[in-house]
Every structure is written in structure tokens, then in C-alpha cells.
Design a protein around this ligand. Structure first.
Ligand code: C2E
Ligand code: CA
Ligand code: CA
Length: 576
């Protein structure tokens, strides 16, 4: 190959490479939707490049084209755009402007980079990027900062901001501000029964319904999950709180129609808290609303509760009780008392019920009806319940060994304890550890455990009973139990609630129910225990109706273990 041929091939190869890399460069720039205007100072010439033609429909090659380019944008920003373009001042940084097109549809970011040789400007590269998508995303972000994405009404944060505005106006003018908190009753049932999609649609519809109330004095918000809020400036006359509540209640008489054709009917609970009485800031006002709502929910469905200061006291004392409770758990400040149960016919000892006692240093005895619900809510019931189980089983083993008496030890079990996976295992382990005969240990459960999963509940009960334990249904007659449930439940004992015993002598309908409970209990082969028996008359009545066992102050109060030991020491008679 001669020299010339070689040179030629080399040139061709280089050219090809240049063409290739140019092609590659063009592709990349176009695909990336980048458009440029390049200005060469030396040649005083403009070139448009990249995706420019696609974007604007023309090229820029001279100052005339450049004017056409400027007129493409929002006129009010033109002078700023020219500055970015023509500024000759030395700057190492890129100058940029975000600008809308003249029809207000698309956003562009125009960025000018200047290239210097020493301090002499040689070239400018102006990059034009379509940022419409990013801008609409930030508009979306802005929307999300104010509105709830599900219902399209104000979210909690923005509601608080607006409400604080109401409150500071009211402070100045001596006016009032009210918030109505609305909590959908049993919303879980809507979700579980009809599905989340219908649940969401219902919330949307409810949100748009209350949005109709909104004006310069009234704001509405989706505060959380199934909770809505209405803030009212100076709630008087047409703006009175009761007016809104009545309107909502009336609306709820009709079902909401979903797009699927399904109908959703709900009731709601209301709470009301007002500035200046309840609180002086939006956030505290909402908190007061929550506290009043807590009270409303405890009363049932379709309730209305106004916040008052006493409610806060109660709430705070519950909070301090909660702290005390964890302290008591840590320092074992509990004791178990025992209340004897007697056979109705012979008045001989049948067994005893273990009842928990908590003595607080400041408050004295705090009744279990107060602290057990708190312990169930915050989980303290697990260590407390384990303590009661172990304490009672151990005590039973000691009495059994010392006095060789066979009586039943009944232990209250909370639904929370019962639901734990290791519950059955735990109980069996304790019984083995203290080597007691399981037939003398009875677990008292309440109907509330049945709400969840009947199959899972009965499976556990069966395991316990198969091991030999007795199961007792506590507070019978107050809860959910239907007879059909009861028949399928593996239980031995029915404890008739104290409320029946209380009014059996004075109230005819109670008597009818009590009689039929005792009747049924007998037919189904349960042992029946009446609790809270305080008088001889009550005793006689119950005995006459065939009640098996009597428990109550009339025959014996709950007592510390020491007292029971004395009683056993003196000798008690047991049923043969
Ligand atoms: P319960 O299981 O229905 O217990 C019977 C309650 O009636 C006891 O109240 C007992 O002291 C009281 N009582 C018994 N006889 C009479 C009477 O003749 N007249 C009156 N006025 N009351 C009588 P206590 O000990 O305050 O317990 C209240 C509730 O606290 C219990 O109701 C039970 O639900 C719960 N509880 C008590 N100890 C425990 C425990 O160790 N674990 C669990 N989970 N709950 C417990
Ligand atoms: Ca009980
Ligand atoms: Ca009871």
C-alpha cells in the first residue's frame, strides 16, 4: 500500500469516526430532550442544536431568529430572559431562569453557560429544558401540602393552620371558634364488609358532602382515617354548631350511594370543643375534641359530647394512672385476694375466686375495674395476668399440701391474655410446675373473647379442657353471648352477673331472665354460680331456683391469703 493510499484510508477512517460520534452525540442530545443555542463570539453567529427544532419548530441562526425565540415566552419575563442571554459580565456560574411559554402551558428552564479564555468571553451555550413535568409535580406537592389526596378537602395540617388564623382573629375581636369532630361509627365494618375501595369511596362522598358547608367562616377537613373536622368562626345563628350537627344527622338518615350501586349507611359520633373555653390553639382544640370523642365512643354510637374541663382532669388522671401502673408492675405492688364460693344447698366450700388488688401509696386501693381496662390497653395485663396465675396456682398448691382439701381455684383471664399464642402452653406449664391437679383450677373468661374468632377461641378452650382444666363463663348475661354460641362452647360453669342478683327481688323482668338462665344452665349441664349475693333473701331466692353455688359478701368477702389460711386452719367443710 503506498503512502498516499494509506493517508487517504486514514482520513476516511477518521471521518467515519467523526460522523459516527456526531451521530451519537446528536442522538443522545435529542433523546435527552435537550435543546441548545450556541453563540460564537468570534463569528458573532448563532446556531440552534439538539432537540431545538422539534421543540420550537424553527432554527436559530441569526438575531432575527433569536427575537422569534424570545417572543415564544411569557412577555412579562422577557427582559429577564434577555439578561440571561446577553449579559456580558464575567461570571463563572451558569445563569438560569424558569419561564412559562406565552400561552401559559409549558414551563422551560433556560440556562446560559459562558466559556472564557482567560477573561475573554469566547462562546455561550444556552440550554433550554422542558420542565413542565417537574413543575406540575411541584404543583402536586403544593396540593398535597394543603389537601387530603383521598377526599380533596383540607388535610389536618392545613386545617390547623387555618384554624389558628380563626383563633387569632377571634382573640382580637373577642369572638369564638368551635370545632366539630366527626368520627364514623363502626367504619371498620364498612371496610371489612364491603371492601376498602367502597370504604374509600364512602369517605370521599362524606368529605364532599361536608365540603358544602365550607365558606369564609367554615372550614372542613379530613383529619385522619375515618375522622373529619369542621372549624367554625363565631358559631352563632346560621353558623350554630347544632345546625351543622342536625344537618349531618338528617343526611345520614339516607344511605350514601356508591358508584357500584351499593349503599352505605352509617351513624357518626360528634364531639365539640370551643375557643376560648377549651383551649387557645388549634392543636389543643383538636386534642380536646379527641378527648371528648373518646368519651362519646364509650357511650356507644350516634353520640354527641361537648368537651368540658372535667374531662381533661379525668383524662389526665388516667394518664398518671397509666404511669403509676407501669411503676406498680415493676415493683410488684399487687396482691391477690380470695373470695370463697359456697354450695347453695350445703353451704360448704366449693372454691374461691382470685381477685387482684393494687394498693397505691398515694391513692390507696385502686379497684380492678379502673386499672384492668388500662392494663389491657397498654399491655401491662400480660405481666399482671401472669402474676395472678402463678400466685394463685402456687397458693392453691400450698393450701392443698397443708390441709389436703380439694376445692376449686378460679382465676380471671383477660381476653388480651387469652389471645396470646403462648397462653395455653403457659397455663399448662404452671400447673405442671406446681404439681396441682388441673381439675381444681378454673379459668374465668368473658364473652368478649368470642367477638374475634370463634373457631380459634374454642380450639384453645378445648386444649385447656383436654388437659383437665375447668372453664367458667364470667359475667354471663351482660355481653354478646347467644345461646347457640354457648352450646358450642366447651365450658363447665356459668357465672351469673351480679346485676341480675342485684335486682332479682325488685324487678319482674330480671326475675324472668334469671329463672330462664338457671333453667337453661341446668338443662345444659353447667354448674351455675351467682355472684354478688349480699343478702339472705337473695340467697334463698337463688337456692330455690336451683342455683348451684353462691358467691358474695353475704357468705364471704374477698380476703388476703392470710385470712383464708386462718379459715382453713379452723377447719372448713367441703362437699363430699
Ligand atoms: P368479677 O370477675 O365479676 O369479680 C367479681 C367482683 O365482684 C369483684 O370485684 C368482687 O370483689 C365483687 N363482689 C363479690 N361479691 C360481692 C358482693 O356481694 N357485693 C359487691 N358489691 N361486690 C361483690 P373486684 O375484685 O373489684 O373485681 C372487679 C372486676 O375486676 C372483676 O369482676 C374482674 O372482671 C376484674 N378482675 C379482678 N381481678 C382480676 C384479675 O386477676 N385478672 C383479670 N383479668 N381481671 C380481674
Ligand atoms: Ca370473675
Ligand atoms: Ca363476674
Amino acid at each position: 500500500m503506498n503512502d498516499l493510499q494509506y493517508q487517504f484510508d486514514l482520513l476516511k477512517a477518521m471521518n467515519k469516526k467523526i460522523v459516527e460520534s456526531e451521530h451519537m452525540y446528536k442522538l443522545i442530545v435529542e433523546r435527552a430532550s435537550l435543546s441548545f443555542i450556541y453563540y460564537s463570539v468570534e463569528k458573532n453567529k448563532y446556531y440552534s442544536m439538539g432537540n431545538f427544532r422539534n421543540l420550537f419548530g424553527f432554527e436559530v441562526n441569526n438575531t432575527g431568529d433569536l427575537e422569534r425565540f424570545f417572543s415564544f415566552f411569557d412577555a412579562s419575563k422577557e427582559s429577564r430572559l434577555r439578561e440571561v442571554f446577553f449579559s456580558e459580565s464575567y461570571s463563572a456560574n451558569e445563569e438560569a431562569i424558569d419561564i412559562l411559554d406565552s400561552v401559559g402551558k409549558r414551563w422551560f428552564r433556560v440556562v446560559c453557560s459562558k466559556i472564557y479564555e482567560g477573561e475573554v468571553l469566547t462562546d455561550k451555550v444556552v440550554k433550554i429544558i422542558d420542565i413542565t413535568k417537574d413543575m406540575s409535580r411541584s404543583e402536586e406537592l403544593l396540593y398535597m401540602a394543603y389537601y387530603d389526596s383521598l377526599t380533596g378537602i383540607y388535610n389536618r395540617n392545613y386545617f390547623i393552620t387555618l384554624l389558628d388564623g380563626f383563633i387569632s382573629d377571634a382573640k382580637e375581636k373577642g369572638d369564638r371558634v368551635a370545632i366539630i369532630t366527626i368520627d364514623i361509627d363502626d367504619f371498620k365494618k364498612v371496610n371489612d364488609g364491603l371492601g376498602m375501595i367502597i370504604g374509600d369511596e364512602f369517605l370521599q362522598q362524606f368529605g364532599s358532602y361536608i365540603k358544602e358547608f365550607q365558606n369564609d367562616r367554615v372550614i372542613v377537613s379530613h383529619l385522619s382515617n375515618d375522622i373529619f373536622g369542621i372549624g367554625i368562626y363565631n358559631p352563632l345563628g346560621d353558623y350554630a354548631v347544632s345546625g351543622y350537627i342536625n344537618r349531618i344527622r338528617n343526611r345520614l338518615k339516607e344511605p350514601f350511594k356508591m358508584s357500584t350501586g351499593q349503599e352505605v349507611s352509617v351513624s357518626v359520633s360528634f364531639s365539640v370543643s370551643e375557643y376560648p373555653e377549651a383551649a387557645a390553639s388549634a392543636l389543643s382544640l383538636i386534642n380536646c375534641g379527641d378527648i371528648a370523642m373518646f368519651r362519646a365512643k364509650s357511650l356507644g354510637n350516634d353520640q354527641l359530647v361537648y368537651f368540658d374541663a372535667k374531662m381533661l382532669d379525668d383524662f389526665m388522671s388516667n394518664v398518671s394512672l397509666e404511669n403509676k401502673l407501669s411503676d406498680a408492675v415493676m415493683h410488684h405492688r399487687f396482691e391477690v385476694y380470695f373470695q370463697p364460693q359456697y354450695h347453695a344447698d350445703s353451704q360448704k366450700l366449693r372454691g374461691m375466686e382470685a381477685l387482684l388488688r393494687w394498693k397505691d401509696e398515694e391513692k390507696g386501693f385502686i379497684p380492678p375495674s379502673v386499672f384492668i381496662p388500662i392494663a389491657e390497653k397498654n399491655g401491662a395485663i400480660i405481666p399482671i395476668g401472669n402474676y395472678v396465675l402463678e400466685r394463685s396456682i402456687k397458693q392453691y398448691a400450698e393450701w392443698k399440701e397443708k390441709y389436703d382439701l380439694d376445692f376449686t381455684m378460679s382465676i380471671n383471664i383477660s381476653a388480651v391474655q387469652y389471645k396470646r399464642d403462648d397462653f395455653v402452653e403457659n397455663v399448662i406449664e404452671l400447673i405442671k410446675r406446681y404439681n396441682v391437679d388441673p381439675q381444681y383450677i378454673e379459668l374465668e373468661i368473658t364473652e368478649s373473647i368470642l367477638i374475634d374468632d370463634f373457631e380459634a377461641v374454642t380450639k384453645k378452650l378445648r386444649e385447656l379442657r383436654d388437659f383437665g382444666l375447668k372453664i367458667s363463663m364470667d359475667d354471663f348475661g351482660t355481653g354478646y353471648s347467644s345461646l347457640s354460641y354457648l352450646m358450642r362452647m366447651p365450658i363447665d360453669t356459668l357465672k351469673i352477673d351480679k346485676s341480675f342478683v342485684d335486682s332479682v327481688l325488685s324487678d319482674n323482668s330480671t326475675r324472668i331472665i334469671l329463672d330462664s338462665i338457671l333453667d337453661m344452665s341446668q338443662n345444659m349441664g353447667f354448674e351455675s354460680i351467682a355472684e354478688g349475693v349480699e343478702s339472705e333473701n337473695q340467697y334463698n331466692y337463688l337456692f330455690g331456683k336451683g342455683c348451684d353455688v353462691i358467691q358474695g359478701f353475704y357468705l364471704g368477702k374477698p380476703q388476703p391469703a392470710g385470712e383464708i389460711t386462718k379459715m382453713l386452719e379452723d377447719g372448713v367443710e367441703l362437699q363430699a
